[in-house]
Write a protein that binds this ligand. Structure first.
Ligand SMILES: [Zn+2]
Length: 249
């Protein structure tokens, strides 16, 4: 979110107005070379929002460690969104309940995670999401319409499939930052993520794809510390937000 400088503004006054410290505002605006000279009409970034989304779980101990870590950062109010597979929810129902109790968003990632099976027809797409929705409801009492399709919506989701899930009320989310934690399997995913965040248009919210793998959690404090010092606000996905989706191929 941008703020346009008016005559008489100071960085300090702008920081105050948006509930930021001066340092946070400076960190968010590396383009400002001299904080004492602000010209009217200049655009200043006053808010950056990041949505952490965690796919494929819950995965047992690795998910438990991630939840513990997010709780440790509770002063920064870091809530994530978990897109979960039906079988994994059945294997670890306590972890699913804990996500809800700790204020995270819970969404659906289908059943098979198999491209050919999932994307076979609009009935298979809806069938997998409906089954995962029912399982989540049995476990938590929560009916979620947040979905992410396996490997993202492109190229599997045809216009017909997209229309079918939208008609069922589902909100389909892709991402604009990919940690590629599955590829790196170590701390390299952190820099890879930060580079993409820095390249993103600052007016667009960041939706970060990650997984609840052990090595992702192991280096997650590095990523979180970096995002916190860059002034990001962490939010969870909710059904009232307009979903971010890949452009149609
Ligand atoms: Zn997945």
């Amino acid at each position: 979110m941008y703020y346009t400088v008016v005559p008489g503004d100071t960085l300090w006054a702008i920081a105050q107005r948006f509930g930021l410290t001066l340092q946070e505002l400076i960190n968010m605006n590396p383009q400002i070379t001299n904080p004492n000279v602000l010209s009217p009409g200049m655009m200043i970034i006053v808010k950056k929002v990041v949505y952490l989304t965690v796919d494929d779980g819950p995965g047992g101990i690795s998910t438990e460690l991630m939840l513990l870590l997010l709780e440790k950062f509770r002063n920064h109010n870091i809530k994530a969104t978990f897109f979960m597979l039906d079988g994994n929810m059945r294997s670890y129902p306590d972890l699913v309940r804990r996500m809800v109790a700790e204020g995270h968003s819970v969404g659906l990632h289908g059943v098979t995670h198999d491209n050919e099976v999932f994307y076979a027809s609009k009935e298979s797409v809806l069938g997998e999401m409906d089954q995962a929705q029912e399982t989540l409801r049995e476990i938590t009492g929560v009916t979620s319409y947040l979905i992410r399709t396996p490997y993202g919506s492109s190229p599997g989701m045809t216009d017909e499939y997209k229309q079918a899930v939208a008609e069922r009320g589902y909100k389909m989310w892709d991402w604009n930052v990919d940690t590629e934690d599955w590829r790196y399997q170590d701390e390299r995913y952190v820099n890879h993520t930060i580079e993409q965040l820095e390249a993103l248009d600052p007016t667009s919210n960041a939706v970060v794809l990650m997984h609840d793998y052990l090595y992702t959690t192991q280096y997650l404090p590095l990523l979180l510390d970096s995002l916190i010092s860059s002034g990001y606000e962490f939010r969870r996905l909710t059904e009232d937000l307009p979903p971010l989706q890949f452009p149609t191929a």
